[in-house]
Design a protein around this ligand. Structure first.
Ligand code: ADP
Ligand code: MG
Length: 605
């Protein structure tokens, strides 16, 4: 289709608003143009000065623009992608507003060199502040090169609002990253000041791109391929052991258009259910595809949001896609999978659909388990139910805190433990299981979790990622002698992940804690651990003592009622530790009753 200016009626239909907020918005629009021109090779070069982006250059091998239409492309609302409002309903191109090139040319100097496929000569145009300075035919390779310089020179006020160079560069990088993850079939190269930052093959394999961008973590991604009711979801999600504190590494696209959607992010999290604690987010690269008539792409000028005609359906499909992927990897310990200890209530959890009408509400099907157990044991006390629910949540949080390094640090689980079939809990303290040989195995839940936490601390120690910032720092008021000791042991504490800083006379501020403690850690726990380090003892052995104390404080307690999922997860984590058979203090975690001994006890032999 030729480039033409849209009529007024159509212009009025299009979501109005500013599109060029920062250098990254320029790159995003230019990249979209290159992709719409069916390029499969896109080369981007960014040059910076000391404090700002000097130049963005993007070269593609797409269809190019006819010489006679280049100037038209810079007119407001000039586009080759739609003709009228009706075309919007079926729009499969990323662009349709006809606003990018004129908006960029209004705030910067733009030169474009383009040659349309099949033509023998190209065309060059130089435009600045909306005024054409030079134009004419020129020899050029197939495709289009756009160079943008003097960004925001016409709007110095805007320029002042730009963040630091590093921030702008990170936004630029993100734009290329998103494009590369959405279009693995395109070869992207991204250079900053001559240094290669991203280079993807364009061979079509998404996992290859994920490897390029995320490195080792790609090894912990699970392939998603799911379709229901005309909505398909494809891509990768991380194993629950690989997570982030925010949703930055969840990349979504709809019909190859990068989008933001908090509801879909929630849908993904919901798919993980209790495999991921509430404040944590998985990594995910998911592409949703559906009939274009079922989405409205024209609701926001930056086109990063879309409106689904049936959003609840999309949400449901995404959650189901994530759930079924995790299930098929047998990461979800459900009664269904293990086929044992299947009470009516646990069966209900497995079968209960995750979606209800209010998708923002937290999913707490576990209430069912508790109400049943509580009803049978301590009848009719409603406060007990709330209490057990709180206990359940605390235990879930504790178990999730130890999810990460166990999976990462050691790849091979201890076979005799990972083969265990969980049966139940005794005295809210011991887990009863059966091994492949028919022996009865008892596990001390506190000792086991202490071992897991200890291994996690060790792994964190080795990897160098030891600490995380507390959301609310903890302030300690010490006696003068404790204060002296504190100043001596700060380096040891730091080595163990505790960041302690002076905070006025005899006061100290704990800003960071080991990763195994939460970033919302209760001040009591922090005070208890550090308090034990202040009581004296050989500084050379202090590190180990602090590690053991940290492992113990916050571990699942004897007396905590566990659901079968929680117990099974605990056993799984234990199987991945280096020394699963003892706690860090050397007490046993597992005691096995050999079946032959049971036979003797029952005088069967
Ligand atoms: P839109 O993308 O919304 O149509 P733009 O202002 O971004 O509006 O671009 C105007 C027109 O210029 C496009 O419709 C397209 O025809 C043409 N164009 C822009 N960039 C390219 C490119 N890299 N390759 C081919 N054509 C392009
Ligand atoms: Mg465009």
């Amino acid at each position: 289709m030729a480039i033409a200016v849209l009529d007024e009626e159509t212009v009025n239909l299009i979501a109005a608003g500013e599109v060029i907020e920062r250098p990254a918005s320029i790159l995003k629009e230019l990249l979209e143009n290159s992709l719409d021109a069916n390029s499969n090779r896109i080369h981007i070069e960014v040059m910076t000065g000391k404090s700002e982006i000097d130049r963005i250059k993007i070269t593609d091998n797409g269809s190019g623009i006819a010489s006679s239409e280049v100037a038209t492309a810079f007119l407001p609302h000039a586009t080759s992608k739609i003709r009228n409002g009706g075309d919007l309903d079926n729009c499969l191109t990323l662009g349709f507003r006809g606003e990018a090139l004129p908006s960029i040319a209004a705030i910067a100097q733009v030169s474009i060199i383009t040659r349309q496929t099949g033509k023998s000569v190209g065309y060059r145009l130089l435009i600045c502040g909306g005024k054409i300075l030079e134009k004419g035919e020129i020899g050029a390779p197939d495709g289009t090169t756009v160079i943008v310089e003097d960004i925001f020179y016409t709007t110095p006020a805007r320029r002042k609002f730009l963040k630091s160079l590093q921030t702008e560069l990170s936004h630029l990088l993100k734009v290329v990253e998103l494009a590369a993850l959405t279009r693995p079939d395109v070869n992207f190269q991204y250079f900053v000041n001559g240094q290669e930052k991203i280079s993807t093959h364009g061979s079509g394999g998404l996992i290859e791109v994920i490897k390029q961008l995320y490195g080792d973590e790609a090894g912990h991604m699970l392939a998603v391929s799911y379709e229901m009711s005309g909505v398909s979801v494809r891509g990768y999600i991380s194993e629950p052991s690989v997570f982030r504190q925010n949703s930055q590494k969840i990349q979504l696209s709809v019909n190859s258009r990068v989008i933001n959607s908090t509801r879909i992010v929630y849908a993904i999290k919901r798919g993980y259910g209790t495999l991921l604690a509430n404040p944590l987010y998985p990594m995910a690269v998911l592409g949703i595809a559906l009939n274009p008539t079922l989405i409205d792409v024209n609701i926001h000028p930056t086109k990063r949001e879309v409106k689904f005609s049936d959003e609840n359906l999309v949400i449901k499909v995404v959650t189901d896609a994530v759930r079924s992927t995790l299930k098929s990897e047998s990461l979800v310990f459900s009664a269904e999978l293990k086929g044992i200890n299947e009470t009516k209530a646990t069966k209900e959890i497995v079968d209960k659909p995750l979606i209800d009408n209010n998708t923002h509400e937290r999913f707490v099907p576990q209430v069912g388990v508790y109400s049943e157990r509580v009803a049978s044991s301590k009848s009719g006390q409603s406060s007990v139910c709330a209490e057990t629910l709180a206990g359940y949540r605390a235990t879930t949080r504790q178990i999730h805190q130890t999810c990460l390094p166990v999976g990462k640090a050691l790849t091979k689980p201890h076979e005799d433990i990972s083969d265990l079939t969980y049966i139940g809990q005794v005295n809210d303290m011991y887990l009863v299981a059966e091994n492949a040989g028919g022996d009865m195995v008892l596990i001390d839940q506190h000792a086991a979790h202490e071992r897991i936490r200890y291994d996690m601390l060790k792994a964190a120690h080795e990897s160098g990622v030891r600490t995380q910032e507390l959301i609310v720092p903890v302030v300690l008021s010490l006696s003068p002698s404790e204060s002296t000791r504190m100043s001596e042991i700060i380096p040891v504490l730091k080595d163990e992940g505790f960041i302690v800083e002076p905070f006025g006379k005899d006061s100290w501020c704990v800003r960071g804690v080991p990763v195994v403690l939460g970033k919302n850690e209760d001040p009591g726990a922090v005070k208890e651990i550090l308090g034990s380090a202040l009581t004296g003892g050989d500084v050379s052995r202090l590190g180990e003592a602090v590690m053991k104390m940290t492992a113990c404080r916050g571990a699942i307690k004897a007396g905590a009622m566990l659901t079968s999922e929680q117990a099974e997860e605990l056993i799984r984590q234990l199987a991945h530790t280096a020394e699963p058979y003892t706690c860090p203090h050397g007490r046993p975690t597992i005691i096995t009753f050999l079946s032959e001994n049971l036979e003797k006890m029952f005088k069967r032999t």
